[in-house]
Design a protein around this ligand. Structure first.
Ligand SMILES: Cc1ncc(COP(=O)(O)O)c(C=O)c1O
Length: 395
């Protein structure tokens, strides 16, 4: 047995084992394949629109190479506040915004600011498991709130309420959700607001996919409801809407007194979000939105096509109202989701991820992200159908 290093032996208890081995295994398999159709990750196939990249180049040429204040460029914070008002009826001022390295850093900052040892944090599930890790790192306990295919993975307020204990600190509402694409409807959002007030719990509203919602589904920002801004942190960012994953810009919006208290911790994490990227984000918000419309239309078309093709292949799913994922039930194949994903990748080069990577206890689901051009998605679907037929025949 290899000996543990003294560093490993002295890991702090906050470092909880999180199993990333399946993802690594899939990436290792993919690395040896001649062609892979990647429908696994949540990274748009579109490139960042040109005018946004140009704004970053202009910022470099204008010597914007220095630190900004820890909460971000004033012009960007002002533009974010204006955008939150115009698009989501949210009333934040520039001093209620902290610009972070993606929503990812905002998540960590929220937990650092609010979670004490033993606090319970309820999370819409299946889920983006960064929330688990961030809660663990702060000594808290993540408590999944399950959603089910029979409801198209929509949240049920009763499922939240029955998990509330004296240790419950907050509820993380992710709508649209990753990996299910489920949009929490406005009437349920209103019930969640009532519940939060009744039990005096805080809310993190992760709205990173809020611009990617397909009719008739509707978005309602929780913090726009009476009495909710005071107890909510709204998270949003640029990665998904503007195809800007690599630029690392997101933000949190919360009442000014709380934001002020988070400013020093935010400075400690990384001082500020990359200055050049902040200039790019400013151009994203204030420049033309045509590229975003084009991307949205492409996602909508792919979603329609893929839902039809999955049905034709005999697979069921929770109809997604938003984001760019379809959470698909593969139990009819007789394979567990990890077996399905590994087999599919090895035999066809199509990469999708099992629901188990999103904290799902069930092994019945895979997440397909439609982040490839439609011809490639069609090709992948043909390969998936062939894979299923072959495995059913040999079962
Ligand atoms: C629900 C959710 N929140 C936050 C993030 C983090 O996004 P970023 O840090 O790129 O803004 C993701 C990324 O997939 C996500 O799915």
């Amino acid at each position: 047995m290899t000996q543990q290093s003294p560093l490993h032996a002295r890991l702090a208890p906050r470092i909880v084992e999180e199993d990333g081995s399946f993802r690594s295994k899939m990436l290792a398999i993919a690395a040896d394949l001649p062609k892979v159709i990647a429908l696994g990750r949540g990274d748009p196939d579109f490139h960042t629109p040109q005018h946004i990249a140009d704004a970053a180049k202009a910022a470099i040429d204008a010597n914007q190479h220095h630190y900004t204040g820890p909460t971000g460029l004033p012009a960007l914070r002002t533009a974010i506040a204006a955008n939150l008002k115009a698009d989501y009826a949210l009333d934040y001022t520039a001093d209620e915004i902290i610009v972070t390295a993606g929503v990812q850093e905002s998540i960590m900052l929220c937990m650092l600011g609010l979670v004490a040892e033993g606090d319970e944090v309820l999370i819409t599930s299946p889920r983006f498991t960064t929330y688990d890790t961030a809660v663990h790192l702060c000594g808290g306990v993540p408590i999944p709130v399950p959603t089910y295919q029979k409801d198209d993975f929509a949240l049920d307020v009763a499922e939240i309420e029955k998990r509330i204990t004296p240790r419950t600190r907050m509820f993380v509402l992710v709508s649209p959700n990753n990996p299910t694409g489920a949009v929490t409807p406005p009437d349920v959002i209103r019930k969640i607001a009532d519940l939060a007030i009744k039990h005096d719990i805080l809310i993190i509203a992760d709205e990173i996919y809020a611009k990617l919602i397909y009719p008739p589904h509707e978005h309602l920002s929780l913090a726009s409801l009476p009495g909710m801004k005071e107890r909510t942190i709204t998270l949003n960012g640029f990665s998904k809407t503007y195809a800007m994953t690599g630029w690392r810009v997101g933000y949190l919006a919360a009442p000014a007194d709380f934001v002020e208290k988070l400013t020093e911790p935010r400075h400690t994490l990384s001082i500020n979000t990359c200055t050049v990227s902040q200039h790019a984000a400013l151009a994203a918000l204030t420049g033309p939105q045509d590229d975003m419309d084009m991307m949205y239309k492409a996602y909508a078309e792919r979603r329609e096509w893929l839902m039809g093709a999955l049905k034709d292949a005999g697979l069921s799913f929770g109809a997604p109202g938003g984001a760019f994922y379809i959470y698909t039930n593969i139990s009819s194949t007789g394979l567990s989701a990890p077996e399905f994903c590994e087999g599919l990748l090895r035999e066809t080069g199509v990469m999708v991820f099992p629901g188990t990577m999103f904290g799902d206890d069930s092994t019945d689901y895979i997440r397909i992200s439609y982040l490839q051009p439609l011809p490639l998605i069609r090709e992948a679907m043909g390969l998936i159908a062939g894979f299923i037929a072959k495995h059913k025949a040999s079962a």
